[in-house]
Design a protein around this ligand. Structure first.
Ligand SMILES: Nc1nc2c(c(=O)[nH]1)N[C@H]1C(S)=C(S)[C@@H](COP(=O)(O)OP(=O)(O)OC[C@H]3O[C@@H](n4cnc5c(=O)[nH]c(N)nc54)[C@H](O)[C@@H]3O)O[C@H]1N2
Ligand SMILES: Nc1nc2c(c(=O)[nH]1)N[C@H]1C(S)=C(S)[C@@H](COP(=O)(O)OP(=O)(O)OC[C@H]3O[C@@H](n4cnc5c(=O)[nH]c(N)nc54)[C@H](O)[C@@H]3O)O[C@H]1N2
Ligand code: SF4
Ligand SMILES: [Mo]
Length: 692
């Protein structure tokens, strides 16, 4: 990109899988590299703040280990860069297409599984692989790993994936951060909480099984046992009803409230919930009263408390609370989980090839890649085995449940793998062909924001580094070689964006790019569902139609609250493991940078001092965690901020950072959670032993 000899500030958005989707002001240096990265002050959600890992972003973009050339594996799988030789783009694309075509010839198109996720959240670069998939009738992906459980739980009661504008926290008197840790996972929430505390004296309550950075900052921390949120929510409902803190007028006008529900809540006492959650009766009662007495109460619902077999029920149980008090009627009152449903007027047909989608093609569950690659008949159905994978924006060898099976599957000799990546991840190390990918600084894209209401449009701010190509360019080049045609493959990424905006009746994309974003914030009445909830009858549902929400919906309880279907403690597995995100990583991204790795150090199991004493384990000594899925060895960190039967391992460290080379997801089950699948990363009963 032509530059004079002065640094300039260019504008973009953070592409990572994070609800904050920060608007970024990035310094571009005279040598074409990026310099300092700051949050845009002009964006009323970002407010000039970014997390520490992206403030250090040049470290990742200009990392000496960035993949810069296409590679072919000539050595063993899983070894890393030394097992590969450099090849030209033409050779690499030919070999990739050849491998996919050969697999298809032998077993039919469904033997190929394009596997992707949200390493970049840009719609064009993330979802363009769907166009290739659908055009080729390759096996489809049920993208369940992150949002299937919370989406089901939220939509069950509310009806659409949107909630409060987070900037409304400025008008809240009570903010409840439930099952999320924004100090680590979406720092901007803390900016808005801090404003409400400073300007209105708002209180912050955190519901989390361990003392996170967010819990440390809170006025009240409800340190419950993982998986028991439904019981807590039901007991709060009980107190609200008992003490006359419900808005009965609101309940009858806006919800499906009835006598059966009243009867149901009357059985969910604080004493009952204290037993299940491990909280004291007093903690439950006083929080319930505080919640019931505060009209402007903002529930900020995270993902964490839904990553459990009963996660959808937990989420739905929490969404019942503002319906009980009628908090939705007041500014700063109500709830937010995610706002990604807000952008539904943007037509995705061209981006994702929805015009060539064939729903009769087999749908495979992303979270079950381990069982799928090891030939699970139930997953594969009548279809062929998976013998070819084309992977973009995800690192399944590390992030997916049942890592031992994932590993075994990738090691198969009859599996052909193409990985398009920025780094030699443990997944890339399993590939036959590795293609080097641009970062968001080097390509054009558009981004919706889950944690707020802005839709961003960005163009590249530096030239692609080395020989890197964008996902869009690679998908288009592969499509040609695979003999598929679609308008989207003949356009540049920017043309796809322009055409998408035209079809959606939006302003010209160039203009929006100059403006940086469109703010999709809704008027008060809409955002607060005062014109009705987005169900056909306009009512919030205490009794959701779970069976309509997914193939496992029949397993869900009819009434809101505690669903005791989770990996409960047993004699063999007396502890419950939570694998919450580490602050300096973003999933597996940033595990390659020194700035992040040196701060996180090594994988550690946080264990209660009483448990450490029982085991005879000192701080920094080694322990083994295990269950029916596997065993993992790591160091112990003696930590008082959790219940004695809870263990926390912040994640996601690469497998090779663990003593035996197998990481924490070896312990996580790939069981699909009801009603519609979803991975259960924080729902694992384990045993623990001292190790040598
Ligand atoms: N630094 C950093 N930021 C990230 C990520 C990262 O890995 N690192 N990942 C990104 C992604 S992909 C996502 S989806 C979001 C997720 O962001 P969050 O919404 O914060 O969700 P989680 O990360 O799953 O977990 C958050 C908290 O939930 C708690 N938790 C676990 N089980 C339970 C439970 O049963 N009940 C309750 N009440 N709490 C529970 C955990 O202890 C943890 O503190 O963050 C994004 N941002
Ligand atoms: N134990 C445990 N496991 C978890 C979780 C947990 O809390 N605990 N969280 C789960 C959750 S919520 C999620 S969302 C998943 C996330 O799992 P992943 O999606 O696998 O994680 P990311 O690190 O966000 O992204 C993966 C890769 O995308 C690459 N990438 C980024 N941009 C581009 C691009 O433009 N093109 C290409 N080709 N590649 C790109 C990055 O280099 C990175 O290696 O992990 C899940 N796994
Ligand atoms: S807080 Fe999230 S969106 Fe903002 S810069 Fe950090 S990773 Fe990106
Ligand atoms: Mo996620």
């Amino acid at each position: 990109m032509p530059l004079d000899n002065k640094a300039v500030i260019r504008q973009t958005a953070c592409p990572h899988d994070c609800p904050s989707v920060c608007a970024l002001d990035v310094e571009v240096l005279p040598d074409g590299k990026i310099g300092k990265v700051k949050g845009a002050k002009s964006n009323s959600y970002t407010l000039g703040v970014v997390c520490a890992k992206v403030a250090r972003y040049s470290e990742r973009v200009h990392h000496p280990d960035r993949l810069l050339k296409p590679l072919r594996r000539v050595g063993e799988k899983g070894v890393g860069i030394s097992a590969f030789e450099e090849i030209s783009w033409d050779e690499a694309l030919d070999a990739a297409a050849d491998g996919l075509l050969k697999a298809e010839e032998k077993y039919g198109a469904e033997t190929v599984w394009p596997h992707f996720f949200a390493g970049t959240m840009g719609w064009v670069q993330r979802d363009g692989i769907e166009r290739l998939r659908h055009a080729k009738k390759y096996s489809r992906q049920h993208s369940s790993i992150c949002t299937a459980l919370p989406d089901a739980g939220w939509n069950a009661g509310i009806g659409d994936k949107r909630g409060l504008d987070p900037r409304e926290m400025a008008s809240s008197d009570l903010i409840v951060m439930w099952g999320g840790n924004p100090v680590a996972t979406q720092v901007n929430v803390m900016t808005h909480i801090a404003k409400a505390r400073k300007e209105r004296g708002a209180k912050l309550v955190v519901v989390d099984p361990y003392r996170t950075g967010t819990a440390e900052a809170a006025d009240i921390h409800l340190q419950l046992k993982p998986g028991t949120d439904g019981a807590l929510a039901a007991a709060i409902g009980h107190v609200l009803l008992r003490d006359g803190l419900c808005d009965l007028g609101y309940l009858s006008r806006y919800t499906d409230w009835d006598g059966e529900l009243e009867e149901h809540y009357s059985t969910c006492s604080s004493v009952w919930a204290a037993e299940i959650t491990g909280l004291s009766v007093d903690e439950i009662e006083s929080f319930a009263k505080l919640y019931g007495q505060t009209k402007r109460s903002f529930l900020r619902l995270g993902y964490g408390f839904t990553r459990s077999r009963n996660g959808a029920a937990n989420m739905q149980a929490a969404t019942c609370l503002p319906a009980l008090t009628g908090a939705w009627q007041y500014e700063g009152g109500g709830a937010l989980y995610s706002n990604t449903g807000m952008y539904s007027n943007i037509d995705k047909t061209l981006i994702a090839g929805l015009d060539v989608l064939d729903k009769s093609v087999r749908l495979l569950d992303q979270s079950r890649i381990g069982p799928i690659l090891t030939g699970d008949k139930q997953d594969l159905g009548d279809g062929p085995p998976i013998t070819a994978l084309f992977i973009q924006n995800t690192n399944p060898v590390v992030v997916s449940p049942e890592s031992n099976k994932v590993h075994e599957g990738f090691m198969r000799d009859d599996l052909f793998v193409v990985v398009h990546e920025q780094f030699m991840t443990e997944t890339a190390a399993m590939a036959d062909i590795v293609l080097p990918a641009t970062t968001s600084m080097e390509h054009d894209d558009i981004y919706s924001s889950g944690g707020h209401t802005h839709f961003h449009v960005t163009q590249k701010i530096i030239d692609p580094i080395g020989g890197c190509r964008s996902n869009h360019d690679v998908n288009s080049a592969l499509a040609k070689r695979l003999g598929v045609e679609h308008q989207g493959f003949d356009m540049s990424a920017w043309q796809v964006i322009e055409e998408t905006f035209k079809r959606s009746g939006l302003k010209d994309a160039n203009q929006v790019c100059e403006d940086r974003w469109i703010d999709y914030a809704l008027p008060f009445e809409e955002a607060h569902f005062l014109n009705g909830f987005p169900h056909p009858d306009g009512r919030f549902r205490f009794k959701p139609d779970w069976p309509s929400m997914g193939p496992l919906g029949h397993k869900m309880p009819r009434l809101p609250g505690y669903f005791d279907y989770y990996d409960q403690k047993s004699e063999r597995h007396p502890y419950r493991l939570v694998t919450a995100p580490a602050r300096q990583f973003l999933n597996t991204s940033f595990t390659e940078t020194k700035g992040s790795m040196s701060r996180e150090g090594r994988p550690q199991a946080k264990i209660h001092p009483d448990l450490a004493a029982d085991l005879g384990v000192g701080d920094g000594e080694m322990v083994v965690l295990g269950n029916d899925q596997g065993q993992v060895r790591l160091h112990a960190e003696v930590f008082s901020g959790l219940q004695k039967d809870t263990i926390v391992v912040e994640s996601i460290f690469p497998n090779h950072k663990f003593i035996d080379g197998m990481g924490i997801n070896a312990l996580i089950s790939a069981e699909a959670a009801p009603p519609n699948g979803g991975a259960v990363f924080h729902d694992t009963a384990v045993w623990i032993k001292k190790s040598n």
